[in-house]
Design a binder for this molecule. Structure first.
Ligand SMILES: *[C@@H]1O[C@H](CO)[C@@H](O)[C@H](O)[C@H]1NC(C)=O
Ligand SMILES: *[C@@H]1O[C@H](CO)[C@@H](O)[C@H](O)[C@H]1NC(C)=O
Length: 431
């Protein structure tokens, strides 16, 4: 019995080491741009199904290094970075901003946006894991606990202890599933949102019509973690801010997430990608710059998409919060969003299904509709625009994007693909 569990452990170790190595390689590829990739893909045709890079039995990082000697595909000259770089994130390195004397506009959160190092400042080395790094705990256990050694930061746990985000427990960090606005756990919160929207059987997926969720200012991504068991997949985003890297915890837990910020550039998703956006006390000033950040959410939401907002501005009665609420309410009315429901600490807005409301606005109403030259799907390094992207005539007519529900969506051709000439028939041919 004991032997068996040891064997299992070794197998686990191997798999995890492989995964970690692939991840490191991925980082490297990003680092070297395309120069590294052709070398890997060239080998594709040559090998016999075994991985040319990873080869045979690899137990841990030391073995991997040894393996370099025997494997011509692995560059021999790449050293290991100093341990102080073990958390380096290329292009999101705050030290670089200071060292290069860049002057990002802090008010606009530019310091949390991408700033890539010039070639001479790139590290040509492999990122080492932190000291004491352990094989990560597997999903689904990882939703609730991770090794402390893998993310040696406990500051966030202390700061957020009252909000039930995470608790240090010996060698582990535990995640009780709480959040600023869901102290009783994310699960109850998710059900309460479904109830508010009167969805059948209190299911937030609403018969598969809500599948893609964007959680902004996600904390340690407990909302996204618990949505998974509700057949909903959330992309959780947060900046690498004063709370330390919350995304590091989210990824260690195994929850889809990425470093991101609503600053000056569009988020890297095409228009109409999400059915629901969520902000639980995400501390974003939605009113700034003519509502440009809400307009970015507007771009990302599908026709009829929801924005669930749990924040003091939505319920607190003090004059300052009332002022913000009234101003947000007015802005969103001009954007043609309607309050779907407001209850307790949460308000849920809904974006229109067609252009009718936009066309009925008084001439000169702000924010304006985007000019026809603006491509709402252009996202990489594109500045946000303070305008509303109207629907195509086809979407306006059919009142929605015509997307079928999940999981039928997996195999049905989406109208968007059909628009660019890809039907299920010819896409199946190419597959
Ligand atoms: C930062 O951006 C704000 C808003 O656009 C602007 O008012 C301010 O002058 C900018 N600050 C700097 C230092 O450029
Ligand atoms: C796909 O192919 C089938 C069989 O060839 C055909 O009956 C069907 O009409 C085609 N569908 C589309 C959308 O072209």
């Amino acid at each position: 019995m004991k032997q068996k569990s040891e064997k299992l452990y070794t197998a686990k170790q191997i798999t995890s080491a492989l995964i970690a190595f692939i991840f490191l390689l991925g980082l490297l590829c990003l680092y070297y741009g395309s120069s590294f990739v052709p070398a890997l893909s060239r080998s594709d045709g040559e090998h016999d199904g075994t991985d040319p890079v990873l080869g045979g039995n690899i137990r841990d990082f030391d073995d991997l290094l040894e393996d370099q000697e025997h494997n011509p595909e692995v560059p021999k000259s790449i050293p290991i970075c100093d341990i102080k770089h073990s958390e380096l994130i290329p292009c999101l390195d705050r030290n670089l901003i200071y060292q290069m004397k860049l002057k990002p506009n802090l008010t606009l959160m530019e310091h949390y946006e991408r700033h890539c190092p010039p070639p001479e400042r790139r590290f040509n080395c492999l990122i080492p894991p932190p000291i004491g790094y352990k094989i990560p705990i597997r999903w689904p256990e990882s939703r609730d606990e991770v090794w402390k050694a893998n993310i040696p930061h406990t500051h966030l746990a202390q700061e957020k202890s009252d909000q039930n985000w995470m608790v240090v427990n010996g060698e582990k960090i535990n995640f009780p599933g709480g959040g600023t606005h869901f102290h009783d756990g994310a699960n109850k919160y998710i059900v309460s949102l479904a109830r508010m929207l009167k969805f059948p059987n209190d299911k937030l997926h609403n018969g598969g019509n809500i599948r893609n969720v964007l959680d902004v200012g996600c904390g340690v991504a407990s909302f996204g973690a618990y949505l998974l068991s509700h057949s909903i997949i959330a992309m959780s985003i947060a900046p690498n801010d004063v709370h330390e890297n919350q995304i590091q915890f989210a990824l260690e837990r195994g929850i889809p997430s990425t470093l991101g910020v609503l600053g000056t550039k569009r988020l890297p998703y095409p228009s109409r990608s999400f059915e629901l956006a969520h902000c639980s006390r995400c501390r974003i000033d939605w009113l700034q710059r003519d509502g440009i950040l809400l307009l970015e959410l507007d771009r990302l939401l599908r026709p009829g998409g929801y924005f669930a907002y749990s924040s003091p501005e939505a319920y607190a009665l003090d004059p300052e919060n009332r002022r913000i609420w009234n101003a947000m309410h007015d802005l969103l009315r001009r954007m043609c969003w309607r309050v779907a429901v407001k209850k307790d600490q949460t308000v849920i807005w809904q974006k229109p299904l067609g252009n009718g409301c936009y066309l009925k606005r008084d001439p000169g109403t702000q924010p304006p509709l985007c000019s026809t030259g603006d491509d709402p799907d252009a996202t990489w390094n594109v500045h946000m625009k303070a305008c509303i992207a109207p629907y195509s005539a086809k979407m306006h007519k059919q009142r929605g994007s015509g997307l079928v529900s999940w999981p039928k969506r997996l195999t049905a051709a989406s109208p968007r693909l059909e628009d660019i000439g890809v039907s299920l028939n010819n896409s199946m041919k190419t597959l």
